[in-house]
Design a protein around this ligand. Structure first.
Ligand code: CP3
Length: 351
């Protein structure tokens, strides 16, 4: 390789920007959560919402995946729905987000507030500032995140999680002006929220569009891509690269690559080599092991990691990750094997 290896922060930022690295950096979506005994112990004493708002506990839980599973980046512990009460909408978790009064009318969209997240959810920025100070000595990068407008709107209109989000998708056709107005409000919120996270110390930010893959390519171009482009254009990307995750998005990969994001995060239904051919040098790629594959024995996980790294070799850059988040029944041993295998790609022997 030659020369000293870069710090985990440099490695991640270089991979995001498509600059050469010794090996891919590694972290996992939903790396803090119920699969970790350390997390479950903290959660025994407080609810998920209380945990998101308790700065010391949220910092503690955010840091757990470093030692517990060897992750090389920290994503602050929270949820994509954290900034939503600032709009004036009540959200509960059971365990997924539920909205007592789903948004179905123009009057409800009109009534949404335009909060300054630094005032409506000050604890988020306190968590980020504290984490950034904690991480400085370890040279590990701090990631911020937000839900994308389409995915937030899907829950706000539907009222809860759903397989097809039919109420929301029908709104696109029956009341397009209403749907557009809602997306516009959520886009403004997302821009303000992510820029405030960058200001508070986030070194890269990920936008989660979990449900945008429900649309056809044409509908995605009409409804989703403009929101991503506006967010990418209005973020301070010189300070923090933007990672865009679209679940089940193989059919809209080119559109994701043309969003202005620096990295496109892929689910496991796409071959990384194909993806690299399709997006060329426009973006780096992140992903994309099936989270269920972490149930395999360690040597099989190592083979899968080597396969992903090889597939991703033609990409501009590669951040090793899962294709979706860790699940509550993900084996801790499997996650450890995943990060250890990533380190061995660079010839490091430390597990
Ligand atoms: O990645 C991380 O470790 C940071 C934390 C994080 C959480 N949610 C914590 C969480 C992040 C980045 C999210 C994102 C999120 N939240 C998404 C987008 C990514 C994805 O998974 O598709 C979505 C759609 C949500 C909404 C949400 N929040 C759902 C559907 C659920 C329930 C599902 C489940 O896992 O039970 C939540 C709750 C939630 N968010 C938990 C955690 C750790 C479980 C809370 C608990 O009971 O302890």
């Amino acid at each position: 390789m030659g020369g000293a290896s870069p710090s985990p922060t440099e490695r991640l930022l270089r991979a995001c920007r498509g600059e050469p690295v010794d090996r891919p950096p590694v972290w996992l979506m939903r790396q803090a959560g119920r699969y970790l005994p350390e997390y479950r112990r903290v959660r025994e004493r407080l609810s998920f919402l209380e945990l998101c708002r308790d700065v010391d506990r949220a910092v503690e839980v955010s840091l757990q995946p470093i030692d517990a599973v060897g992750s090389e980046a920290v994503i602050f512990f929270s949820d994509i729905f954290t900034p939503v009460p600032g709009l004036g909408v009540e959200v509960e978790f059971a365990p997924g987000p539920t909205i007592a009064e789903p948004i179905r009318s123009g009057a409800q969209v009109e009534a949404l507030r335009a909060p300054d997240p630094r005032e409506s959810v000050p604890f988020v920025f306190e968590i980020l500032r504290t984490l950034r100070a904690e991480l400085a000595s370890r040279e590990l990068p701090l990631l911020g995140f937000a839900g994308a407008p389409f995915t937030l709107a899907a829950y706000l209109v539907e009222g809860q999680g759903s397989r097809h989000f039919g109420t929301w998708k029908r709104m696109l056709w029956r009341e397009p002006a209403l749907a557009r107005a809602l997306l516009a409000r959520l886009t403004d919120l997302t821009v303000a929220y992510l820029n405030a996270q960058i200001e508070a110390g986030a070194q890269a930010v990920q936008l989660f569009d979990t449900w945008a893959g429900l649309l056809s390519p044409a509908d995605y171009r009409a409804w989703v891509q403009p929101t991503h482009r506006e967010i990418a254009a209005k973020l301070d990307r010189a300070a923090a690269p933007l990672i865009l995750y679209v679940n089940d998005g193989a059919h809209v990969l080119e559109e994701a690559a043309e969003s202005g994001a620096d990295v496109v995060s892929l689910d496991w239904r796409v071959d990384l080599a194909d993806a690299a051919r399709r997006v060329g040098r426009r973006v780096s790629l992140q992903g994309n092991l099936d989270p269920c594959a972490l149930a395999a024995p360690p040597d099989e996980i190592a083979r899968q990691v080597a396969r992903l790294a090889e597939e991703a070799a033609p990409a501009r850059g590669h951040v090793l990750n899962l294709g979706h988040g860790c699940l509550p029944d993900t084996p801790v041993e499997g996650v450890r094997a995943f990060t250890a295998a990533a380190r061995r790609l660079g010839g490091e022997t430390r597990a």
